[in-house]
Every structure is written in C-alpha cells, then in structure tokens.
Design a protein around this ligand. Sequence first.
Ligand code: GYE
Length: 341
Amino acid sequence: MARKFVCAFCVSLLFAIAAAGCGISGRFTKEEPLHNGILQDDNDFIVVGYSQIGSESDWRSANTQSFKETLTPQNGYYLLYEDAQQKQENQLKSVRNFILQEVDYIVLDPVVESGWDTVLAEAKDAGIPVIIVDRQVVVEDDSLYTCWVGSNFQKQGERAGEWLAAYLESQGRPDNVNIVTVQGTVGSTAQIGRTKGFRKVLSKHRGWKMLDSQSGEFTQAKGQEVMKYFLDTYDDIDVVVSENDNMTFGAVEAIEASGKTCGPDGEMIVISFDAVQTALQFMADGRINADFECNPLLGPLVRDIIERLQKGETVEKYQFVEEQYFDSSMDLEEILKNRVY
Ligand code: GYE
C-alpha cells in the first residue's frame, strides 16, 4: 500500500540500520522485512507519518510508546516518527515531509489548535488522510482531516471542579477558597478544555477565588518555577489546580521546599490531570488529593481507524476515550498494581 517514494530508499535504509543494530541477518519475512538491507516488498506496508508533540511528560512517553508498539512491521505498518519538541513549526515541517514522502496516512498530535489550515489543505490535495489524535485542530474546513480521537478535556476540568466542591463539603470546610492554576501549553486543547471545564464550576461558587493562572508548559521544571512564583506572591493559597502530572510533581516539590504542606493532611489541596503511575504513587504517599485520568493509549484506536479506512468504511469524525478519576480515599496500592502507564 505504501507509495513509491518513502519506501525504496528511506525505509530500507532505516530498516538496514535497525537490522544492523539488532544483529539481524538472513532472509526476511514480513516480520523481518529486509533481505540484505533491501525491503522485500514495500507494498506490504502501510506507511504512517506520525508527528508527535514532544517528550514533555510521562503521559506523552506512554502515548508515543502506544503508537510505536502498535504500528509495527509485524502488524503491517512502517512508522515514520517525528518528535516536534513542543514547536508547531517543527510539526509543520514534519507534515510537509510526510506529504513529500507520499506516506499512506498522517497522524498528527497538534501542539496548539490554530494554524493548521494551509498544511492540512496540502495533505488533502495530495490525497493523504490525516488522523488527528489527542489535542484538536480548529480549521475553517473540517474536511481537511479525516477524524479525531482523544479525551474530553473540558469534562476532565468540570469533574475536577465538581470533585473539589464535594470534597470541601465532606471536609466541613467553608466554600471559601483561594485557588491558583498551573496551566498547560496555552492554546492547546488540553489547556483550553481543562481550564474551561474547571472555570464553569468555579463560576457557580461565589466563595472560590482564582488568584492567578500561569503556564508551566506541561513540564516538571516549569511547573516548579510557576508554583514557586505563586508561593512567593500569595501567602493564602488553599487549592492548586495543575493541568498535568509532571507540572504537579514540580509544584509539589516547590510547596514542600517552601516549608508548606499539601495533600489530604496538608495545608493545600492539590488537583492534577493525567493519572500516570508516579502521580498515583504521589497520591498514595499523601502528597496530592485527586487526579483526573487522561488515557494515552491511543495507538490501537488509530490502528482500528486505519484498518476501517483501508476497507473503505467510514469512521466517526470524533471519538472520545473513556476516563475515570482517582482520589486519596481509594485503595491506591491496589490500583497501582494494575496501572499500565
Ligand atoms: O495531559 C500532558 C501532555 O495533550 C493530553 O499533554 C495531553 C497533555 C497531557 O504533555 O501531560
């Protein structure tokens, strides 16, 4: 299925490098597609160009791994993987390279929502279906991409707000709290949705005051920096909403370094998003209160979409994944035993 260009040279070269590195030799089947460094029959492979945002978080690593484990030669795929290091300009370059290489499908996880119209129109003109994953794009013409699969970020934010309201009540605490938000990459769907969802609940509580919101770019180092600034600036923070786990790790470190405490027995309530293993461990250790899951395992869903498209079937334009939440009242040791990311 792969088109002429990518295959002959790049793919065989990359396989040759991989084969040399693994010490593979002899005759290759579809499972081992090389013979003397030459791809046997590139028509056997569906070539997917995958433009990933970066490697800024544990969530992102689990997401990348999910694609790399699923779109394998054994499953009939050749994956061209590009890490954009959180820069849209890098993603635009990757997508254009995929178009030049005449890949069969493009999978795009867009760092921010805007600025994709031109490049997606180029993909459409080249006849290459684009599957958007995780974050979304906002374009004038929705037919520029085939479909999207990912999380309902606004729902995550709303659930976080509702959890806070119920928690304050269960603790007999007054509905009178000062909140700060460590936001994700501004303009990304994960930031927009989580912020909007939480603010929707906030607007219903007169006693909730949002003291400040600043971006920690979804990274631990920036999360720590932003939290340190909040702690230096405000001495009456009751609740920290951190829009992903890695920023939360940094924020908790900043809180503890300042001599303050957080978590169910601490002075500050900490709410996080993603629910990766390390965060649930933080929760089990009493350092954060609640975490709203974001499922990174999108590889198999995209494989399913591609397989349906290959058969000429139509796919739903938007597919949301199922998610739950965790808080410190749960049996976290038990949950951690089965947690895969
Ligand atoms: O929450 C964060 C990551 O887009 C859902 O990006 C994703 C977010 C996730 O870096 O950890």
